[in-house]
Design a protein around this ligand. Structure first.
Ligand SMILES: Cc1cc2nc3c(=O)[nH]c(=O)nc-3n(C[C@H](O)[C@H](O)[C@H](O)COP(=O)(O)OP(=O)(O)OC[C@H]3O[C@@H](n4cnc5c(N)ncnc54)[C@H](O)[C@@H]3O)c2cc1C
Length: 472
């Protein structure tokens, strides 16, 4: 049999760990308040307003008919792209500040995607600004392009730092390209990315000493500086003050490490006032384990159990050096956490019922979310072999306690059973009201892509499909 319905078989004994196998929510919790798309729309409106406000000073400063020649046009386009680039750089940094309001309304994964997409636009704006200004000024001053670059670097204040800032942004932008990013170790990519703060600082002076609209003191210059201060405040708040407050308040430490399968472990954490952490099943934290080998790196892992006031749990698949080291964590190791992050939660659903589709360790956030979804959810869990099914006993128990239908679909993606189940017909047969459900997907990219295609063909609207790819 390639898949089996195992719903409602009752809870079985957990692992030998004093923490392992305990259910987080013996009584179904009350329904979560929904977090609709209103906040996201308001933030999107703010973004566009900010962009208009950034370019408007140029518009007011440019008398009608002043853009007569080609060089005037080029220089004007150079100034506009400069203002756009300055604004986008601030937005980019703001998006990565991790302030609560952004994390709550947009979510860490979506912020990362937007950050990547906007990063490409920022890069184009910076390159366009640079080349348009060089070509435009060379035309005005009747110089060669190289001569103009020399003149800009030699005669204009803060121009060298502006060129360095552009170089940094270019390097960071290139490492964002998927093909390049995937061959870089995550930590190297991350630390390279941190140099964008230097670009922010290096570009700051140039905007005010050379920017035609920002040179003169006045409301425009003051507004621009206020934007910088706001972003700086958000950065300090999101990256320093809030995490410091969280970690001093909760003082998390490793309680136990439990093997779930040969290549997967669960890490149980204890701490103070755990019942006061405002988090939802399906969200993730960035974790820093403060032992000799781990303190310098922070990795994202989802919670694999909903909040219960006694412990937190992550379930981790060993894929590289860091996750391999986590197997040797000792009880008592202090942990630094940043979060919670993410909108992959029951509170962000649009419909009453949900279908969850998991592959491999992708079960972690879905397992936590199952405790907070209304009864009647359905779970399809794809695994290569029965031994790859994680948290099996808890899923059994949840199936009963939360009236959840659970199907384990075992086999490789080419086996006829899984192929049939994951087809539009198979999904419709298993979950007849699938188009009226939110669908949450978490697992390897291949599985997620295939499942999204099948769901769309089945008629599930895109807004009802929620993805967690374990990729930031
Ligand atoms: C929001 C989120 C939630 C996650 N939740 C879980 C979870 O609950 N359980 C779990 O087992 N894993 C989870 N992950 C994945 C986990 O963060 C990585 O597997 C882990 O950081 C790998 O570290 P490593 O040093 O062992 O492997 P590495 O040697 O760093 O990487 C192995 C492979 O994974 C890729 N990778 C590593 N870290 C990341 C990252 N942060 N973003 C994108 N690609 C990465 C690398 O490019 C490489 O291909 C999650 C990831 C994200 C982004």
């Amino acid at each position: 049999m390639t898949y089996q319905d195992i719903s409602a078989s009752g809870r079985r004994a957990g692992t030998n760990s004093p923490y392992g196998g305990r259910s987080a929510a013996p009584v179904p919790p009350p329904g979560l308040p929904r977090r609709g798309p209103g906040g996201r729309r308001a933030l999107a409106a703010l973004f566009w307003l900010g962009l208009v406000a950034a370019v408007l000073p140029w518009w007011f400063d440019t008398p009608a008919g002043s853009l007569a020649g080609r060089t005037d046009l080029l220089t004007a386009a150079g100034r506009i792209t400069g203002l756009v680039a300055g604004y986008l750089l601030l937005v980019q940094v703001l998006m990565m500040s991790r302030v609560g309001v952004l994390e709550r309304w947009i979510g860490g994964e979506r912020l990362s995607r937007l950050h990547r997409d906007l990063g490409a636009t920022l890069l184009v704006a910076v390159l366009a600004h640079l080349s348009l200004i060089v070509v435009g000024y060379a035309g005005l001053e009747r110089k060669s392009l190289l001569g103009e670059v020399g003149s800009l670097l030699g005669n204009y204040e803060d121009m060298v730092s502006a060129f360095v800032a552009a170089g940094i942004l270019l390097t960071v932008g290139l490492t964002g390209i998927r093909a390049i990013r995937t061959v870089l170790p995550y930590e190297l990519w991350y630390h390279l990315h941190l140099t964008s703060y230097a670009a922010l600082l290096l570009g700051f002076g140039h905007q005010f000493s050379n920017g035609a609209q920002l040179f003169e003191p006045g409301p425009v210059r003051t507004g621009w500086i206020a934007g910088y201060l706001l972003v700086l405040a958000a950065l300090v708040w999101g990256r320093v003050v809030a995490p410091l407050h969280f970690n001093l308040r909760h003082r998390l430490q490793v309680a136990d490490v439990v093997a779930e399968s040969p290549d997967t472990i669960s890490i149980y954490l204890t701490g103070r006032r755990l019942n006061q952490i405002d988090m939802l099943g399906g969200q993730y934290f960035r974790w820093r384990f403060l032992n000799a080998g781990g303190w310098w790196q922070s990795h994202p892992f989802s919670l694999s159990a909903a909040t219960n006031g006694r412990w937190l749990r992550l379930t981790v698949k060993v894929v590289g050096a860091h996750t391999a080291d986590l197997r040797d964590l000792r009880p008592g190791t202090r942990v630094w956490a940043e979060g919670p992050s993410g909108t992959f939660t029951a509170a962000h659903r649009t419909r009453e019922r949900a279908l969850l589709i998991a592959g491999g360790s992708g079960i972690a956030p879905l397992r936590a979310m199952l405790e907070e979804l209304p009864p009647g959810a359905a779970l399809i869990y794809r695994a290569r072999t029965p031994a790859d099914v994680l948290l099996h006993q808890e899923l059994d128990w949840l199936a009963q306690a939360r009236q959840t239908s659970v199907w384990y679909v075992i086999g490789s993606r080419n086996d006829s059973g899984p192929r049939q189940v994951m087809s539009p017909e198979g999904l419709r047969r298993l979950v007849p009201d699938v188009t009226r459900r939110d669908v949450y997907l978490c697992g390897p990219a291949g599985l997620v892509d295939e499942a999204v295609r099948a769901l769309r063909r089945t008629g599930v609207p895109r807004r009802q499909i929620h993805l967690a790819t374990f990729e930031l």
